[in-house]
Design a protein around this ligand. Structure first.
Ligand SMILES: [Zn+2]
Length: 151
């Protein structure tokens, strides 16, 4: 940690104690160059990602919800739990990689569909039909045709 007074690079920690009920560490530092003391705080970065839903309301990103959605789509399908867990991890990573405080629920829905498409096409169609709320048979058929054409 650089000294804020003389910009010297090497400072010594003379005291270190937890504050804010253990959520932060307060460090007293001493600059050997200019002899001044200063304080630094070390905190866990609060990385709460908000999901913006279609109606504009927000809720915090919930890994459990993603897991439930995928579990439901994969019901009675030959997809083991480890694969589902990997999918959820990939989706979580995709959301974190956005480096945004707010992420559209549509983006998360797309990540889920991308994962399912790779793993199990029946699960994918199931999820997509609920997620995209296919209102008529035609859009549903189109989605399936797309899948077939990709093969
Ligand atoms: Zn200094």
């Amino acid at each position: 940690m650089r000294c804020p007074f003389c910009e010297h690079y090497d400072t010594k920690v003379v005291d270190s104690r937890p504050t804010e009920e253990g959520r932060a560490i307060r460090r007293r530092r001493y600059c050997e160059e200019c002899g001044k003391r200063f304080t630094t705080y070390e905190k866990v970065e609060e990385n709460i990602i908000m999901v913006v839903k279609k109606d504009g309301s927000r809720e915090s990103f919930d890994r459990g919800k993603i897991l439930n959605g995928i579990l439901k789509a994969c019901e009675k399908r030959p997809v083991d739990y480890a694969t589902i867990d990997t999918m959820v991890n990939e989706i979580e990573r995709g959301v974190n990689n956005m480096m945004e405080k707010e992420v559209d629920s549509a983006f998360i829905g797309q990540l889920i569909m991308d994962q399912l498409k790779e793993v199990d096409q029946v699960a994918y169609v199931r999820f997509a039909s609920v997620y995209r709320q296919f209102t008529d048979v035609n859009t549903f058929v189109k989605e399936i045709e797309k899948l077939i054409n990709q093969k």
